[in-house]
Design a protein around this ligand. Structure first.
Ligand code: AMP
Ligand code: GLY
Length: 406
């Protein structure tokens, strides 16, 4: 089969790497891809949101299946557009992408189907949101409705802090709606699932480390480290998460939708698991460690997800622990510099490329999350030691990474 993978980050690198091992894959294209992804096929210089050119390319090359990495194309309806052109594509359609694109839409779904989630209120005008913020307990979480390139969620420690962000939401982010919700203090967990015509197939649980600094301090990022499996969930909480999966399936059916693609359920476990959010794509950097652990052929799982023949037994993982640390450009998630030369002094080191490019014979940094180092071993501790040892052989100006991923 000829496969086209859309996107250019660590997630898409991991997808390309895994799919390149499938006996079903003859040729892989990535658009736009990144430097490292050339190891698995051809990178094509077309943006992930240039839908007309992507469709022309898929027709011209007779692509058998396109797989979408990031949320923006999904939410713009890339799946609907490809299907209208008779092209096979894996991902949710535009209507179902609202589960990520609109916090308010998802909150309504969660409350309607009695799925535990933080208590919240939605506002469409600035003044009433401001009034509401006067008489509540802090911290509080403010969420802009709509995709905001990872800048849509803010945890405000007091009223002034909250008003500051409210101004930003209504001005800079140009959002017309805000969800204000109770702050939940616990441990996060990512339940990433394949969903085949409303039936949920959870992959191995993973955890990502969102804060930029050690000790979970500093700003939220897209995620700067990840582990799988997660060893601190009690049996009773696991059972509650399975109930959440069931309620989501029932909700999909009752809403009369056909959900096929990826569902990423972001959970916070306090006294019990609560759903923080839905995303409609694989979590990044969670999927990178999950795919290292996966023994099954991902391409075959995706095909079965689409045609409805997927079974629980098809999804097999090994029994090792995997841990990954993201190497960032200093300054991320705020402003950072690009185009720093990367050197790796270990010939057999396999790294995930998240944002790299190649110019004049040099590998250069090309984003905030640059590379990710992953290792697997019989224990998480051993995997961790390997990762931090390997990181020592990578250098670029301004390299920054957390030292406490575990
Ligand atoms: P979201 O965009 O909804 O995924 O939120 C991004 C991140 O913000 C989550 O992964 C959490 O770290 C944090 N977050 C979101 N909602 C809450 C909440 N109610 N309480 C505490 N942290 C939250
Ligand atoms: N790592 C969280 C996300 O992909 O949104």
């Amino acid at each position: 089969m000829k496969i086209l993978i859309i996107g250019s980050g660590g997630r898409e690198y991991a997808l390309a790497k895994k799919i390149s091992k499938s006996p079903l894959a003859d040729k892989i294209y990535t658009a736009p891809g990144n430097y490292g992804m050339r190891d698995f096929g051809e990178t094509v210089d077309i943006k992930a949101t240039d839908y007309d050119r992507l469709i022309d390319f898929a027709k011209d090359k007779k692509i058998d299946l396109t797989i979408v990495g990031p949320e923006n194309p999904l939410s713009d309806g890339i799946v609907d557009k490809f299907e209208e052109n008779g092209l096979k594509i894996f991902g949710v359609n535009k209507a179902n992408a609202r589960f990520e694109a609109s916090k308010d839409f998802t909150k309504k779904f969660l409350n309607k189907y009695d799925i535990p989630t933080a208590k919240s209120e939605t506002f469409t005008d600035y003044e009433s949101a401001k009034d509401y913020l006067k008489d509540i307990t802090y911290p509080i979480v403010l969420k802009a409705d709509g995709l905001c390139f990872g800048k849509g969620v803010f945890i405000a420690k007091d009223y002034d802090n909250a008003i500051n962000y409210l101004d930003q939401i209504f001005d800079d982010l140009n959002s017309k709606k805000i969800v204000i919700e109770e702050y939940l203090d616990g441990r996060e967990l990512s339940s990433i699932c394949l969903v085949s015509h409303n039936k949920i197939f959870p992959l191995e649980y993973a955890r990502d480390f969102k804060k930029i600094f050690d000790g979970d301090k500093g700003e939220n990022t897209g995620g700067v480290g990840s582990v799988t499996p997660v060893d601190d969930i009690s049996d009773s909480n696991l059972e509650k998460i399975r109930m959440i999966h069931k309620k989501i399936e029932e909700g999909f059916i009752k809403e009369d939708i056909d959900y096929t693609g990826v569902l990423f359920i972001g959970l916070m476990i306090t006294d019990k698991p609560y759903v923080l959010e839905f995303n409609v794509r694989f979590g990044d950097p969670e999927i990178e460690v999950i795919l290292e652990k996966m023994e099954s052929d991902l391409l075959s799982l995706i095909i079965k997800t689409m045609d409805g023949s997927l079974k629980k037994e098809d999804i097999v993982f090994d029994d090792k622990s995997y841990l990954g640390v993201v190497l960032c450009s200093s300054g991320y998630p705020q402003a950072y510099e690009k185009n720093k030369e990367i050197t790796i002094n270990k010939s057999d080191l396999e790294v995930i490329h998240c944002a790299t490019k190649y110019e004049d014979g040099k590998i250069l940094t090309n984003g905030g999350r640059v590379m990710m180092v992953i290792a697997g071993d019989t224990t998480k501790q051993k995997a961790r030691e390997k990762v931090y040892k390997d990181i020592g052989s990578i250098q670029f100006e301004g390299i920054y990474y957390r030292k406490d991923i575990k």
